[in-house]
Design a protein around this ligand. Sequence first.
Ligand code: ADP
Ligand code: ASP
Ligand code: MG
Length: 841
Amino acid sequence: MRRLFKGEFMITLKFGGTSMGSARRILNSSDIITGRAKDSRVSVIVSAVAGVSNLLQESIDCCVTEDSSEKFVNQIREIHSHICDELLSVLKGFDKKSVMEKVDLLLGEYKKLLQGVTAFGECPKTIYCRIMGMGELMSSPIMEAVLRAKKQSVLLLDSRKYLITTGDQGEGDPDYTATTKALIHYRDGEEINQPQILLFPGFICSWIGGTGCVPLPGLLGRNGSDFSAAIIGSALDSKKVEFWTDVDGIYTADPRIVKDALIVDDMSYEEAMELSFFGSKVLHPKTLAPLAAKNIEAWSLNSLNVKSRGTRIGRGPFESSALHNSAVRGISCLKNTAMISVSGTGMKGKTGMAGRVFAAVSRVNVSVLLITQSSSEYTISFCVPGTKADRARDSLAKEFELEIQDGIVDPIEVHKDCAIVSVVGDGMIKKRGTAGKFFDALATYGINILAIAQGSSERCISTVVRGESGDKAVRAAHVFFFHSTQSIDLFLFGCGGIGAALLNQIRKQQKKLLEQNIEIKVCGIARTKKMLLNAEGINLESWKEELEASDKKTNLEEVLKFSTEQKLLNPVFVDCTASYDLAERYLDILNCGMNIATPNKRANSMSMEYYKKLRSTANSMHRRFLYETNVGAGLPIIDTLQNMFKSGDRLDGFNGIMSGSLSYIFGRLDEGATFSQAVLEAKKNNFTEPDPRDDLNGMDVARKALIIAREAGFELELTDVKINPLFPKDFDTTGTVEEFMTRLPEVDSYFTEKIAALKKEGKVLRMGASIQDGKCSVGLLEVDSENPLYAVKGGENAFVFHTRRYNPIPLTVRGYGAGASVTAAGVFGDILRTVSFNPEK
Ligand code: ADP
Ligand code: ASP
Ligand code: MG
């Protein structure tokens, strides 16, 4: 590093589009420059005003088909003149007139160029570069005038005289020696002639197409002002280059994709290079190489928050900070890429095939982003920028024309719209298991990996996924590597008793869960006719009113589409209805990538074929199908059974009282109530369904028994469950609810006598289910005082499992097995299980 005069060093500052986005921002950036210029000589590189480069691009695209030059010229003039007006009003001495003269001169040329584009119906590269470079040519005189008004010693230099490129005209390779030579006067010249601030427009350069050719306008590629700063900083031997942008530094992932991404304090050149190469937009991919070559430190800083430390990029490796003690420093995603595969029997064991593949691609100037080869050498796959896929494929098809004709090489395969998701970190070389964790993260969230590549430096592992999964994959990896907040995006169908209780419980817990890194958002609420959808999360204080006011008709398709479009990481569909139709759609819901949590027993008591399909679909989609509340509401039954059977236990027998209303009714009989009295009381206390026959007919219990039997591995259908009727054969159970209730006293004596007889034997009557020898039945049980069901009454449920391990004393679970709030709590538990994996650091 070269010491300049009076002990000064040169430093280079680059201000991106947002730092140049308005009069206020430009002034703010100029303050940073003047602050730095007090202690150092500075070179400053500025981007176009935010949005202008995109407008220029748009104008070219539009003018190819019709002359819209007027519109764009006016729009771009308006942006700059508005900024100048504002600057004039707050900055004394700001020379608006001379700036606008320069801008107008450029706009005159711009208009003619656009009209030329319309006349030709195309935009040749030279014209493209001239037009695209206008943004920086207009923004830099504004900064110059601001600095002059602030009495700074500033010199605006035309980057096209100093930055020379070859190769691609719009994305060229710089001739570093030429730049150093051209700028040598500013580096080594006498102090007396040196301005304190050298100002350069970023992005633009001159391009030389071949030896002896005249220089033409060129560019350094979109986002290229970063690269301009690196080239200039390197040529001037700067002590450091500061990249001033709109975020506090480099984050562990794009903060727009991962909301709780973490700032990285220090990063090695190599890490930053890999991240930017593989899509992290924060720095142009070529920026770091010239800085690393000269050990010039780079800093990523926020011009809107000058107090933040920013990220230093330098000679690593750096220790990871306590905040994110991970071998991985960052995660990036490169979109719009294509994966090309060349395969066939002719590839195997033959030397020179890979050479031919890549020579064919490079002949048509396509750069390869990533390569993988199967160990059988049968396939070589690689990724290229999406826009260049056709060109690469045609060249390969030509190269292998004969082999393809003979069938020893397959037709070239192209997967368009892929994304390369990479995890990067110097620490990976020392820490084992990074790849495993990365793939595990993607698998957990159901993201399919098309290809995998790891560089030999072991600094970067990349996976190729379908384009639409790119952001999701970044979020998934971030959860695993940085312990970031795990999200749950909920869609609730059915907001009656259980559904409403669930929403209430979620509302109360939301904040606490967030403290534990679980963010639960209710994105959809539907009842029979109306629904609400909101990607940001529905306000749970006012969901009832909002739902009432909603004019959206309930439509499952729309919910599925919404979930797919929003690319939700962990969508959970909650079915709190008792509907058959919805249960029949569970496969579609799982196939769309959602988890399901439900107290609805319908799906699990449909055909065995559907039962199996639900599980295989959930498995293949890496999604959870959770139904703890199907049996015993909030009581821990299903999960307990699954763990027991998974660990090798076996069900030998089961007895249970699985209905709160039947538990209540038969308990009352013990206490001397008549049957009709007991039913009436239960009905009045809302322990029964509106029609008590729905409880008394045993169907609900039969479904629960079937679900338990299926958990235990018995392949039974609902029709295999024998329901022994509760009532004597000749009792008429037809008619309306009222008719039935009026007729009920006819059976009182039947039950009273039965109970009296049992009492003499020390037994009581219960209505429940049994599973014995693989057979399932529901009906009246006569139980003695030894039996755990003897004391079960008052609405309580009891489940008695005789298993190989729980023998002779059975495993018994007792407690309230019904009611909106305990059931909702059980569903809530299931919902939380979708994030129950534990990605350790
Ligand atoms: P400028 O115009 O200043 O060059 P850019 O828009 O080109 O700014 O780049 C900054 C943006 O890069 C940020 O606003 C952020 O959204 C995005 N970005 C992507 N990945 C990252 C990352 N890992 N860390 C920080 N910012 C990132
Ligand atoms: N203005 C150019 C672009 O938007 C270069 C840059 O800002 O880095 O691509
Ligand atoms: Mg940029």
